[in-house]
Design a protein around this ligand. Structure first.
Ligand code: FPP
Length: 232
């Protein structure tokens, strides 16, 4: 059957690009694009549950995004705040565990509290694990991990030591990385972790992403031949 998906990635990681362009095209402020982007997150979570994807990581705020206007940054924080407030029940109903990657220290106190509270309440759910990369940078992740290992007395490390010290220590490496909007860059996302990930760059702007686009992406994924450096 043409629509049958027989190879489901365990972990997909998404760079949600194109929110600003989506809004600008409509003569709207950029934050409208981010607001629509949250709806696309909700649709994607539902689609992940439908297709049996176990881990989904969204790049929501990078270490470089602090360069944006205060208005845009506050707008993104407010969306995260609203999202957590409005979805607590649905995480329960759907069995979704919420987690984050990155450093939340500089975030507003109430937002940190809301996030930690949601994490605590959802920690035993296992249908789908949703991770928000916030104030996250791949280089920063590696540097923090190495500093952590040094602090713990390591003078020489292995790849697995490093993998176990990264923010993603409790996650499998991403099988499939999607960046919307047609831009073909990694932008300091999960640098170490995506060594063998399949990459996919659909043209759709993030606010327009939906179940149909995820299905299309999964069809692309299942036709990829993952060799991990070996020979088929
Ligand atoms: C990239 O598009 C998008 C972001 C930097 C922010 C994404 C944040 C959200 C969707 C909201 C976060 C909320 C939750 C619930 C996690 P861009 O602004 O760089 O788009 P452009 O390249 O078209 O300007």
């Amino acid at each position: 059957m043409a629509n049958k998906i027989y190879k489901i990635p365990s972990h997909i990681a998404i760079i949600m690009d194109g929110n600003g362009r989506w809004a600008t095209k409509r003569g709207l402020p950029r934050n409208y694009g981010h607001r629509e982007g949250v709806k696309a997150i909700e649709r994607t979570i539902d689609a992940c549950l439908k297709y049996g994807i176990r881990y989904c990581t969204f790049f929501a705020f990078s270490t470089e995004n602090w360069k944006r206007s205060k208005e845009e940054i506050d707008g993104i924080f407010e969306l995260l705040r609203e999202y957590l407030r409005q979805n607590n029940d649905s995480f329960f109903e759907k069995g979704v565990k919420i987690s984050y990657l990155g450093v939340i220290d500089p975030f507003p106190e109430d937002l940190k509290k809301a996030l930690l509270d949601t994490m605590d309440k959802t920690k035993d759910f296992n249908k789908l694990e949703v991770n928000f990369a916030i104030n996250y940078g791949g280089r920063d992740d590696i540097v923090r991990a190495v500093n952590n290992l040094i602090q713990n007395g390591y003078t020489k490390i292995t790849e697995s030591d490093l993998l176990n010290a990264l923010d993603t220590k409790n996650l499998p490496e991403p099988d499939f990385v999607i960046r919307t909007s047609g831009e073909m860059r990694i932008s300091n996302f999960l640098l170490y972790q995506m060594a063998y990930s399949e990459l996919y760059f659909p043209k759709v702007l993030w606010p327009d992403f939906n179940k149909k686009y995820l299905l299309k992406a999964l069809k692309v994924y299942q036709n990829r031949n993952r060799r991990f450096g070996g020979i088929k």
